[in-house]
Design a protein around this ligand. Structure first.
Ligand code: SAM
Length: 168
């Protein structure tokens, strides 16, 4: 269903980020767009619990490991937003213009936030409006960002990290 090279690239990006930010809590990891479960398999080996959300749960056809809990909600549902507040590692592997959503989640700074994304900038927008990842995060106060082009296409995979803000 999904290209194995793309998955390998996404797994590598996640693995490298987790090595860099090894202190982040892995008790619960939230996957907002679980799709066919390719990232779910990866997260289930790392997290205490994976919460995997997908609007079309029929895609998650394999037998899920015991530490995976599924949700069947729209990504904008309040329950997802509430969960995001207290989870440090969030996976947003979706095509479509979700970068504003990624920013919104980062702003929930009551915890550190390491958010994986797929840029989802439509080719047409890239060409006509010259939208790119720099433009999305221009003037945005994050602590770290990493992305690379998909080895097989025009899409970018990456992550953004924003540290918890401690109030004095
Ligand atoms: C790129 S796929 C995810 C692939 C998945 N990470 C994997 O590796 O198998 C994006 C998924 O987002 C789901 N999706 C699209 N719109 C959604 C929405 N509004 N709320 C929740 N899920 C949505 C789609 O059904 C699709 O399965």
């Amino acid at each position: 269903m999904y290209d194995v090279n793309k998955n390998r690239q996404k797994w590598r990006i996640r693995h490298n980020a987790l090595s860099k930010y090894s202190y982040l809590s892995k008790d619960k990891i939230l996957e907002v767009f679980a799709g066919w479960g390719n990232m779910t398999k990866y997260w289930s080996q790392i997290a205490g619990q994976v919460i995997s959300n997908e609007k079309d749960l029929s895609k998650l056809g394999f037998v899920l490991p015991e530490n995976v809990k599924t949700l069947n909600l729209d990504y904008r549902d309040n329950h997802i937003i509430e969960l995001c507040k207290n989870i440090e590692i969030i996976d947003c592997d979706a095509f479509g213009l979700i970068m504003d959503y990624v920013k919104e989640l980062c702003e929930m700074s009551n915890t550190n936030k390491l958010i994986f994304f797929t840029d989802g900038i439509k080719k047409r927008s890239k060409v006509l409006k010259k939208i790119n990842i720099e433009k999305y995060f221009n003037n945005y106060n994050y602590d770290d960002i990493y992305y690379e082009q998909c080895t097989m296409g025009n899409v970018f995979y990456g992550y953004i990290f924003k540290r918890k803000i401690y109030e004095l």
